[in-house]
Design a protein. Structure first.
Length: 152
């Protein structure tokens, strides 16, 4: 798949998340559980979410095999944390971004495309990156994922 990478000035976006330090190997089994916790909280907190999307924010890596993650949903405002669900934000920053329209299993290719573009353009990244998951198509279940890498 060919990716078109652009630079975007993002705005701060409040999120409801569960934070975790994990390994890349454990992450695929962990994220659905974390997201379920956030959705249970949102169902019990009317008005906090209107049309926000699922998000995954990856902070600077802990090591080559470990990562600090925030798994959650875009919300309308900040709120009081409850249990493991915390108020956070997607950053207001300059980011290199692309849209992934393939299968979730191929999402890594979008990240690699952004990193390759940054190398070609001599743009450094901070290591902070995130994904915003679009709404699934009612007929096919397909959804697009916007991929962002914060520029230094």
């Amino acid at each position: 798949m060919a990716y078109r990478v652009t630079v975007e000035r993002t705005t701060v976006c409040p999120t409801a998340v569960v934070m975790a330090d994990t390994t890349w190997r454990e992450f695929p089994a962990l994220w659905p559980k974390l997201l379920d916790e956030v959705w249970a909280f949102l169902r019990a907190t009317p008005g906090l979410r209107t049309d926000g999307h699922n998000v995954m924010l990856y902070r600077n890596k802990v090591s080559d095999s470990e990562v600090a993650v925030e798994v959650g949903v875009q919300v309308t405002k900040s709120f009081q944390s409850k249990g493991r669900v915390a108020a956070s934000t997607l950053p207001a920053t300059e980011a290199a971004t692309t849209l992934h329209a393939g299968t979730p299993a191929e999402l890594g290719a979008a990240h690699l495309a952004v990193l390759a573009w940054c190398r070609e353009q001599r743009r450094e990244v901070t290591g902070v990156r995130w994904e915003i998951y679009g709404d699934p198509d009612a007929q096919t279940g397909h959804f697009d994922v916007a991929v962002f890498w914060q520029l230094a």
